[in-house]
Design a protein. Structure first.
Length: 213
């Protein structure tokens, strides 16, 4: 029941901040994302029956930073400019295993640029890394914001689909990837990758072996 109480307190806090604190509308998404990040952390690790004790995370237990994934994001999204600077800083912290700090850096960037789809996308990836590859509520919120801000951009659909696939939501991943695969340039690496992923999903959903392994 502890997580139910935590969720209720988070909801009350959000209402109080919006109604009493009179937070400007452009920052609502940031506040919601911050609350979701805290709630997701409690849901994954919190236990009210355990006594508090400081824990030093061993380097071997830290989530590994996916350099290839970051390079794919840089290839699809903004590499330079204001967004690129925040993303580079977040990537640097992620390489050091400082996953929480990597996400917090992007939250700081979003306070200045709440309508930046690239920062929301980076936040989704950072939260996925922080949760060890799990699709937390905060990460899903970030991906949806990126998709809403740039519905025609391939990056939000690609990475949101990837997150859904990792979470086992294969139908959702297929729905996200199928239009992107159709619109990708013929002969491109992206099109070949998406078509192969969709074929694997179809094989898993139907219980039939996919062609090409």
């Amino acid at each position: 029941m502890g997580w139910v109480i935590a969720a209720g307190l988070a909801a009350l806090l959000m209402v109080a901040l919006f109604a009493i604190g009179r937070i400007p509308r452009p920052t609502w998404e940031i506040v919601a994302a911050a609350l979701l990040l805290g709630l997701a952390g409690y849901a994954w690790q919190g236990n009210p029956r355990l006594a508090g004790s400081p824990v030093v995370q061993d380097k071997a237990d830290r989530p590994a930073f996916d350099e290839d994934l970051a390079e794919r994001r840089r290839g699809m999204a903004e590499r330079y400019g204001p967004s690129g600077q925040w993303l580079m800083l977040s990537d640097g912290l992620g390489r050091q295993g400082k996953t929480k700090e990597a996400a917090n850096v992007l939250l700081s960037g979003l306070r200045d640029r709440p309508g930046d789809a690239n920062l929301w996308l980076g936040l989704g990836n950072a939260l996925m890394n922080h949760a060890g590859g799990a699709l937390s509520p905060g990460a899903e919120f970030a991906y949806r914001r990126a998709l809403a801000l740039e519905p025609q951009s391939p990056a939000p659909r690609y990475f949101y689909g990837l997150a859904l696939a990792q979470a086992g939501e294969l139908k959702g991943a297929r729905e996200m990837w199928a239009p992107l695969a159709q619109s990708a340039p013929a002969g491109s690496r992206l099109k070949a990758e998406l078509e192969a992923n969709i074929a694997r999903i179809d094989a898993m959903l139907t219980g039939q072996p996919g062609r090409g392994g």
